[in-house]
Design a protein around this ligand. Structure first.
Ligand code: MN
Length: 307
């Protein structure tokens, strides 16, 4: 339920109590001084000095008494790891990096690093670039087709044949992702040179320490100005753009795989996936899955049980 919370002095609570004296409710939650219902808005004052307004016109009603301590639609809480994020990060010229497909049984992993100059931020907003989780595949395709011509990017696709090889040699998916991000960023830096981004933001999938541990032994490790944040798409549009391009590449590769096997492959890793995998094993044998699916997922065993 939408609400507004303000913090006020005991004196104000007393004034409020008098003001709402005709609308007081008998039942009040523990710790509450009073609860009132006024024009469809429930007002509850607590001993802590917090007053919560819920329901009709909650913010207007609250504004009569004080300013909110917790605003509705407060920025999403991000977790960052490694270097702290600069306050003005969202308005800098940066490389954003994100991946898609890691939780899908079928289809590859796609990683995209994209460079967004600060001058392009308004244009990207205009094109509808935002968190790809809030976009349909159709919207993603439309936006991606614009983006391809507007921003420099680098796409890496890890197909399942290779994925399964690496996985069975003992490499974790986390390590694969770290290597892919590092490579995608490195290639993009060369592409945009002599421009250097003001920061590089990776949509965080592991702690910074783990990320760099995964990269040990790599020829080139990009570390300067590299930042990590969860929900990076909402920190900077470069990550949102990278995520859209990665999703676009994933969807395209996915459709091609579907065409190749003549079956509409389901996304994700749910029961539908088990069923389709079972059908494919029956038709073409288990080995046919190695270029289609991430074999170590539990779906493989589940599919075999279904047969
Ligand atoms: Mn991500």
């Amino acid at each position: 339920m939408s609400n507004t919370v303000i913090k006020v002095s005991p004196k104000t609570i007393q004034l409020m109590n008098e003001h709402y004296s005709h609308s007081l409710l008998e039942k009040k939650p523990p710790g509450a001084i009073f609860t009132a219902k006024h024009n469809g808005c429930t007002i509850t004052a607590y001993h802590s000095g917090k007053v919560m307004f819920q329901g009709n016109n909650h913010s207007e009603e609250a504004s009569n008494w004080g300013s909110p301590v917790v605003k509705q639609g407060d920025p999403i809480k991000h977790q960052t790891s490694g270097n702290p994020l600069p306050r003005n990060l969202s308005s800098l010229s940066i490389i954003g990096s994100d991946e898609v497909g890691t939780g899908d049984y079928f289809g590859p992993i796609t990683v995209v690093s994209a460079y967004v100059d600060k001058e392009q931020i308004p244009l990207l907003k205009e094109l509808g670039v935002k968190d790809s989780k809030n976009l349909t595949d159709t919207q993603i395709i439309t936006i991606a087709k614009d983006l391809l011509h507007i921003i420099p990017y680098n796409l890496l696709t890890l197909h399942n044949e290779k994925y399964n090889e690496l996985q069975s040699s003992g490499m974790t998916q986390g390590k694969m992702k770290a290597i892919l991000h590092n490579q995608a960023i490195s290639k993009l830096l060369k592409k945009i040179s002599p421009i250097t981004p003001e920061a590089i933001l990776i949509d965080q999938f592991v702690e910074a320490d783990t990320y760099y541990r995964h990269l040990k032994g790599q020829k080139e490790i990009i570390q300067e100005n590299v930042l990590f944040s969860t929900k990076g798409e909402s920190v900077h549009l470069a990550v949102a753009a990278a995520s859209i391009l990665a999703r676009y590449a994933f969807v395209k590769a996915f459709d091609e795989l579907s065409k190749k096997v003549g079956v509409s492959l389901p996304k994700g890793a749910g029961h539908k996936v088990d069923q389709v995998a079972a059908q494919l094993i029956k038709q073409n044998g288990k080995s046919s899955l190695k270029h289609l699916a991430k074999l170590h997922f539990a779906n493989t065993e589940k599919a075999i049980k279904l047969i």
